[in-house]
Design a protein around this ligand. Structure first.
Ligand SMILES: [Zn+2]
Length: 160
């Protein structure tokens, strides 16, 4: 059996007048994430981790933000496309661990719903999709509520 590890990180600015989509869940907040797509920071970090595990480049290479096809796209589609790529290479996912960094709002009420949706897209059990959340104790751009960060680590196994 061949196993591969991958890591991903993503950042988005938080601005007034945008929706805040994280982990395919719309979060109630006065600010939202700025980006070419729906700017779902968690899904982007997971996509990058999946691509990274197989050295397939990064999300910007596969889904360029200069391409109008990806304007305001639902990031769930990017994750589905990335997962298909992984499957085509003969791999499936063992588990995902991730961490969200944002000062506000509280993410804990949304985590179970994020886990369910991500697990269903990636043919995983909810227990295989870990999502943790932390503030930065008001430090830096996250602490000033100017941005949001997500980190993801994935483990893949060759199933062929
Ligand atoms: Zn992103």
């Amino acid at each position: 059996m061949s196993i591969r590890i991958g890591s991903g990180v993503d950042f988005h600015q938080l601005v007034i007048g945008r929706d805040l989509w994280i982990g395919v869940v719309k979060i109630q907040h006065e600010k939202g994430a700025l980006g070419h797509s729906d700017a779902d920071v968690l899904l982007h970090a997971i996509c990058d981790a999946l691509l990274g595990a197989l050295a397939l480049g990064d999300i910007g290479f596969h889904f360029p933000d200069t391409d109008p096809a990806y304007k305001n796209i639902d990031s769930k589609k990017l994750l589905q496309h990335t997962f298909n790529l992984i499957k085509t290479k003969g791999y499936s996912i063992i588990n995902i661990d991730s961490t969200l960094c944002l000062q506000a709002p509280k993410i804990s009420p949304y985590i179970s719903s994020m886990q369910k949706t991500i697990a269903s897209i990636l043919s995983l059990a909810e227990g295989d999709v870990s999502i943790k959340a932390t503030t930065t104790e008001k430090l830096g751009f996250v602490g000033r509520e100017e941005g949001v960060v997500a980190y993801a680590t994935v483990l893949l196994e060759n199933t062929k």
